[in-house]
Design a protein around this ligand. Structure first.
Ligand SMILES: NC(=O)c1ccc[n+]([C@@H]2O[C@H](COP(=O)([O-])OP(=O)(O)OC[C@H]3O[C@@H](n4cnc5c(N)ncnc54)[C@H](O)[C@@H]3O)[C@@H](O)[C@H]2O)c1
Length: 250
């Protein structure tokens, strides 16, 4: 499946990430089908997309999203409990909770159900993509990669595009193309078996370990660690947030 052939995107899991991803892809012009488990969650997903702090209504109110584009995007979004609604998608994004056994199980199920030419990506925060794709058919593996968005998806620009040695060049280009069409900055990174995290979460985890070690050793307060990063490295989020920090958390 090439980038130009992608029109309909399925999302498994309509939580914090799935809802945000659905929103940006629909605004970008894709037909989007989100599947979650219960009618109650389906309603929460719709509320998040349309009514939440990062949702479309507020984006229009604050001038981040033109009214006409929001109106055009709304009918492109379907949220459902019906797994079969994902059958004919061209591109499938998995955004279920961060449990490897769950991701492996749903990918196996989806591999059997979904159009054999569809591209599959995981929005995992850090499991190696080779582990996520373990149980899909050999035929799907060239069509499989990672697509790691950052939360909140409607405002954060980054999207890591993760490839394994088996991911085809067309698939990498297609994932990158979808990310860019959604207004994201595509960051290319290779999968690393045996490791957790790609670029963002590995670098952040390492820096946070050091920040915590400094505070644990009694060398500085959380507030001063955040202040050092804000004033010395333009790192406005800091590390400590509500745990005594002063960083600009989301
Ligand atoms: N929250 C973040 O800041 C963030 C950032 C980047 C990546 N991620 C990753 O994105 C993924 C999703 O995270 P989230 O924060 O959106 O989680 P979440 O718990 O908010 O949402 C997950 C959704 O998946 C649904 N789900 C579970 N099993 C399902 C199934 N079989 N079929 C359909 N839906 C199912 C749940 O009901 C839930 O609504 C995780 O892998 C996470 O690590 C999260």
């Amino acid at each position: 499946m090439k980038f130009e052939q992608i029109h309909t995107i399925g999302i498994l899991g309509g939580g914090v990430m799935g809802g945000g991803i659905a929103q940006v892809l629909a605004v970008a012009g894709y037909d989007v089908v989100v599947r979650d488990l219960t009618e109650e969650i389906v309603q929460q997903t719709k509320d998040a997309i349309f009514e939440s702090r990062w949702g479309m209504k507020r984006a229009v109110e604050v001038g981040k999203l033109p009214f006409d584009r929001a109106v055009e995007a709304i009918p492109r979004i379907t949220v459902t409990t019906d797994l079969n609604a994902l059958k004919d998608v061209d591109f499938l994004i998995e955004a279920v909770p961060e449990r490897l056994d769950l991701k492996q199980r749903v990918f196996k199920e989806l591999d059997e159900l979904v159009n054999k030419d569809a591209i599959f990506v995981s929005n995992t925060s850090g499991f190696p993509i080779v582990d996520c794709q373990r149980d899909v058919s050999e035929a799907r593996k060239p069509l499989f990669g990672g697509m790691h968005f950052s939360n909140p998806v409607p405002t954060m620009k980054m999207c890591e595009v993760i490839s394994t040695p088996l991911t085809s060049a067309d698939t990498v280009e297609a994932i990158k193309g979808v990310a860019e069409k959604a207004g994201k900055v595509a960051i290319m990174v290779k999968d690393q078996p045996g490791s957790y995290g790609f670029i963002l979460n590995r670098v952040f985890a390492a820096a946070r370990r050091e920040a915590e070690a400094i505070v644990d050793a009694g060398l500085a307060t959380p507030e001063d660690v955040d202040r050092a990063m804000i004033t010395g490295r333009n790192w406005p989020a800091g590390f400590f947030g509500e745990r005594g920090g002063i960083g600009k958390q989301w």
